[in-house]
Design a protein around this ligand. Structure first.
Ligand code: HEM
Length: 480
């Protein structure tokens, strides 16, 4: 009897040790139940707000369990820097999760998002070189491409004499800027197959949170019906693959990233595989479609809520550009307030508020805590940008917080909407240049106002991979 008791006791100790050991010295956070993890404690409908509260309670690094998997949230600039820059070798890969696979695997092939270690550095190097050196992002040639698209947008908006929801038009403009780079072609605003594509991507981005719940419970995917939206996303992938195959075949000869990379792969077959190139083109498409346009749509919503900001921009444009020529990137140094408006929008609404998940590739220490191998890391950019210790009155839209006494930009290095380190957004320069040129051109040509009798747009957002306004809005577009 004693023998059985002793064996039972030892077994219990071993089991307790095995269960608790991985949690030893994990960052603090929500309690975790067997099997469910912290799920019973999560307020999925108000997750952004809940995560801000949890940051205040648990500090700059905190843990939430999805099933048995620890998700480590990085809530401050310094901790994100420590993880993604100082310890980049441990924290720069992506999890092979349901969502990341749906985002980044095309017909079984991978590109940059799922690339690991040296391959990741190599592939990202190819992308950066092509964008910066070959296609001159940030320079005049690229500026001309952007402005061609802006003219199409302005011609399209000139016809809108009734209150109009600009979301779709902004998406067409900013995604065409990247298509011209990618495929050497643009899509017409009424192209139905392209609209279907954008709708599919939107559904995938919205699936982000639900996918984190499905990951530890894969059997839930097979429930009848489609409460998680998983089956819809799978169907969208088939449509996406057909769409891409068609356009990649049709546009082989255009002067674009795809052609450039194909030639590079022919000259040096070891540089990259043709199949991966196609995924790279797709990833840039995916990264660009809803990010810039949402940022512009939200910036205009903030301006409708704060009319003084629009007046100030109109005055600056009249003094520095006038109406007889188009804005250029060179104007930026006199129009730093417009950059400040973009930064303030990206501070309050960092469009990828939780980045794309990273994974810990080797057990290591971060901010004094142990992060076990294969823990998921979430850079909580939203919390960084809403921290009252860095941003007095953080909920207030106040672009002047980025302007010093001499009218120059300040403090913008404290916001990190594009994340940092090895996975920093490769479209950062495309985004910054496009945001400035599109916003300046819109405000040079138009005055935007709330339709008579209506309230300014609501700024409530819904959380997915990207942030979207919960309620779309219409605006009066009046030529100046
Ligand atoms: C306002 C605009 C944009 C914002 C705020 C933004 C933000 C981000 C963020 C936060 C990440 C995740 C970084 C991380 O994992 O640590 C990311 C990744 C990425 N972005 Fe952007 N982005 C924007 C525009 C663009 C554009 C225009 C493109 C394409 C030209 C693009 C392409 C990508 C790609 C391909 C990745 C994945 C990179 C990788 O996994 O190595 N993004 N972006």
């Amino acid at each position: 009897m004693d023998f059985i008791l002793t064996i039972g006791l030892i077994s219990l100790i071993i089991i307790a040790y095995l269960v608790l050991w991985p949690k030893r010295n994990l960052p603090p956070g929500l309690p975790s139940w067997p099997i469910l993890g912290s799920l019973p404690y999560l307020d999925i409908k108000n997750l952004l707000e809940q995560l801000l509260k949890l940051h205040r309670k648990y500090g700059d690094v905190m843990t939430i369990h999805m099933g048995s998997k620890p998700y480590v949230f990085l809530n401050s600039y310094n901790v994100i820097k420590e993880a993604f820059v100082a310890q980049k070798e441990y924290f720069s890969d992506r999890p092979d999760s349901l969502f990341v696979n749906m985002l980044a695997r095309v017909k079984g092939e991978t590109g940059m998002i799922l690339a690991k270690g040296d391959t990741r550095n190599h592939v990202r190097g190819i992308v950066a070189k092509a964008l910066n050196k070959t296609f001159n992002v940030g320079k005049t040639q690229f500026e001309n491409n952007v402005m061609e698209e802006v003219h199409v947008l302005l011609d399209h908006l000139d016809e809108k004499t009734k209150p109009y929801d600009m979301r779709w038009s902004l998406t067409m403009c900013t995604s065409n800027i990247v298509h011209v780079l990618n495929l050497g072609k643009r899509f017409a605003y009424d192209d139905e197959s392209f609209q279907e594509q954008l709708e599919g991507e939107k559904e995938l981005f919205e699936f982000f949170i639900k996918a984190q719940i499905l990951d530890p419970f894969p059997l839930l995917r097979f429930l009848p019906g489609d409460i998680f939206g998983y089956k819809k996303c799978l169907a969208n992938q088939t449509i996406r693959n057909k769409f891409f195959t068609k356009h990649l075949e049709e546009n082989q000869e255009n002067d674009c990233l795809l052609k450039h990379w194909k030639e590079m792969a022919k000259e040096d077959p070891n540089s990259i595989e043709i199949e991966s190139l196609i995924v790279l083109v797709y990833e840039l498409f995916e990264g660009s479609i809803h990010t810039n346009s949402s940022t512009l749509y939200i910036a205009l919503a903030y301006m409708l809520n704060n009319p003084g900001v629009q007046e100030k921009i109109h005055k600056l444009i009249d003094e520095n550009i006038g109406q007889d020529r188009q804005p250029t990137i060179a104007d930026r140094k006199h129009l730093q307030y417009i950059d400040a408006v973009c930064y303030e929008t990206l501070r309050l609404m960092p469009i990828g508020p939780m980045g794309i998940p990273h994974i810990c590739s080797k057990t290591t220490t971060l901010a004094g805590y142990t992060i076990p191998e294969s823990a998921i890391l979430i850079p909580n950019l939203y919390a960084v940008h809403h921290d009252p210790n860095t941003w007095p009155n953080p909920e207030k839209f106040d672009p002047s917080r980025f302007i010093d006494e001499e009218g120059k930009l300040q403090n913008h290095d404290k916001i990190i909407p594009f994340s940092m380190g090895k996975r920093v957004c490769p479209g950062k320069e495309v985004a910054k240049m496009s945001l400035f040129l599109v916003l300046t051109s819109l405000l040079q040509r138009y005055h935007f106002s709330v339709p008579p009798g209506e309230s300014p747009p609501s700024l409530k957002v819904k959380l997915g991979l990207t942030l979207e306004l919960e309620t779309p809005y219409k605006v009066c577009i009046i030529k100046r």
